[in-house]
Design a protein around this ligand. Structure first.
Ligand SMILES: NC(=O)c1ccc[n+]([C@@H]2O[C@H](COP(=O)([O-])OP(=O)(O)OC[C@H]3O[C@@H](n4cnc5c(N)ncnc54)[C@H](O)[C@@H]3O)[C@@H](O)[C@H]2O)c1
Length: 249
C-alpha cells in the first residue's frame, strides 16, 4: 500500500493508460479523481475502480481548475497529478492539412498540460509537496513523419517538463515527462497492422504503468522518462548544453 492516503488527479482517466494508472494507484491505497471529456466512460470507470469522476475538457483552462477544485473539495489536498489526456492527430502539414484537427491536437496534448500545470501547482504548493507527470511520448524525443503535429506537441510537453522541473523541485514538487513507445491502448487501433508488419512491438499497458509509478516516487525532476519494449523504463539521456545555471555552479 505504497500510496496510502495520497490523493491523485488523472486526466484522460476514462481509458487506456490513465485508467490503468488509476487502478494501480487505488490498489496501492490512493484516492483518485478521474478527469476526462468522455462522461459515460469516465463515470463507468470511476464506478468500477472506486474513484471519483469529473467531466473535464483539458483544452479549457477553467475546466482544469474545476477538476482541481473538485479534488480538493472531495479529498482536501492534491499529492499526485497525471496530466495524461491525449489524442493522435491524423493531420499532415501540407497534404491532408486539417486546421481543426491541428488546433484540437495542440489543444488537448499541449494546452491540456499547460492548463493542467497552471491548476495543479498552486494546490501542491499549499501542500508543500507533490508529484506531477505529463504524458509525452517517444514521439516527443524522435521525429515522427507520419504525425508531425503529434510529434511537435509531444516535444513541447517534454520541453516544458525539462524547463520547469528543476525549478519546481526546489519547492518539493517533482515534474517529469513520461515518454512511452507504442502501447496497447485504443490509440494504436488504426495502426496495429502496420506496426506489426514493420516489426515494431507494442508495450503492455501494465509496463507503462510500472514506469508511471516509478516516476510518481522519483527523487528527480525535469527528466524525460522512456518506457519502451525490450528495455527497463529509464531516463532519456539528452546531451546537456551548459546554461547560465551550470556556469554559476
Ligand atoms: N498508447 C500509446 O501508444 C501511447 C504512446 C505514447 C504516448 N501516449 C499518450 O498517452 C496518453 C494516454 O493515451 P492512451 O494511449 O491511454 O489513449 P486513450 O485514448 O485510451 O486515452 C486517452 C484519454 O484522453 C481523453 N481525452 C481526449 N481528449 C480529451 C480532452 N479534451 N479532455 C479530457 N480528456 C480527453 C480520452 O477521452 C481518453 O480517455 C496520451 O497523451 C497519448 O498521447 C500513448
Amino acid at each position: 500500500m505504497g500510496f496510502q492516503g495520497k490523493v491523485a488527479l488523472v486526466t484522460g482517466g476514462a481509458n487506456g493508460l490513465g485508467r490503468a494508472t488509476a487502478a494501480r494507484l487505488i490498489g496501492q491505497g490512493a484516492s483518485v479523481v478521474l478527469a476526462d471529456i468522455e462522461a459515460e466512460t469516465g463515470e463507468a470507470a470511476a464506478n468500477d475502480l472506486g474513484a471519483d469522476f469529473i467531466q473535464t475538457d483539458v483544452t479549457v483552462p477553467e475546466a482544469s481548475h474545476a477538476a482541481v477544485d473538485f479534488t480538493l473539495e472531495k479529498h482536501g489536498k492534491l499529492d499526485l497529478a497525471f496530466l495524461n489526456a491525449g489524442i493522435v492527430t491524423g493531420s499532415g502539414l501540407i497534404e491532408h492539412f486539417d486546421l481543426d484537427g491541428y488546433r484540437r491536437a495542440m489543444g488537448v496534448n499541449l494546452d491540456g498540460v499547460v492548463f493542467g500545470l497552471n491548476a495543479v501547482v498552486p494546490a501542491m504548493r499549499e501542500n508543500g509537496s507533490g508529484s506531477i507527470i505529463a504524458t509525452s511520448s517517444l514521439a516527443g524525443l524522435a521525429p515522427t513523419p507520419y504525425d508531425p503535429v503529434y510529434c511537435a506537441n509531444k516535444h513541447a510537453v517534454q520541453a516544458i517538463c525539462r524547463s520547469m522541473g528543476p525549478l519546481l523541485f526546489e519547492e518539493g514538487i517533482t515534474l517529469n515527462a513520461l515518454c512511452p513507445g507504442f502501447a496497447e491502448t485504443r490509440i494504436v487501433d488504426g495502426i496495429k497492422e502496420g506496426l506489426d508488419e514493420a516489426g515494431i512491438p507494442l508495450i503492455k499497458v501494465e509496463k507503462v504503468v510500472d514506469g508511471v509509478m516509478e516516476l510518481f516516487e522519483a527523487d528527480f525532476a525535469g527528466e524525460a522518462f522512456m518506457v519502451q519494449a525490450g528495455m527497463e523504463p529509464q531516463i532519456f539521456k539528452f546531451r546537456r548544453v551548459p546554461g547560465p545555471r551550470a556556469e554559476e555552479g
